[in-house]
Design a protein around this ligand. Sequence first.
Ligand code: KIV
Length: 258
Amino acid sequence: MNYKIKKIINKKNKSKIVCLTAYSKNIAEIIDNHTDIVLVGDSLGSVLYNFNTTRKVNLNMMIEHTRSVKAGIKKSLLVIDLPYNTYRNKIEALKNSKRAIKETKCDAVKIEGGSEVSDIVNYLVKNKVNVLGHIGVTPQTVKGKFRSKGKTEKEKIKLIRDAQALEKSGAFGIVLECVYSDISKKITKLIKIPTIGIGASINCDGQVLVTDDILGLTNAKIKFVKKYINIRKIINSAVFKFKKEVKSRKYPTKKYSY
Ligand code: KIV
């Protein structure tokens, strides 16, 4: 097992795991100083490409963005999302994972689903691919509106079974997306691998958010998203100053000329 993976697992019950998304080098370089895991999420479909579903993201796009992110990463574990229709069976999953790892030098892949993908996870792990699971709201398969999971008894039982199946299959961690607080707590206590929550409460072993959301680059109005800065405002002010200086011939002075 990769030493970076071991380090992540060892954080359970000791120190919270910090995970953020990145889609390109410059952001990756900044966040890498603070993160344990950098995820190139297929959320890039909506965040960067204005897609209405992550299903439109393909493996080539994920690989290109991950190569860029890799150039900015020194210490964090780098995880790539396998996009929709790239892991419909274990042969396809292994072929695409191996390609993604070879072409990006990332450390692990993330796939969505619970018990229904546990054979695939197991096959990947047996073939030396590190896998991060993802249950709760799984955007690649959501039909209609996103709805938090774990309210009904049936959903609770399914989430617990899914988490246990992924652990048994060899996943090194599980993302819990939009899972009710009590059930995140139960799962986190029950399994030995870390849970990383997104809208799944403080009870998880770590937290992940979309970097563009916390920076205020997107206009996300989602309950669990905390905006730590309004970077749009800062960019707007810098660009306004540039425009003003160009129009007034203040830029470029001699200092900025050859
Ligand atoms: O696609 C993504 O960015 C994700 C995380 C937000 C968990 O899956």
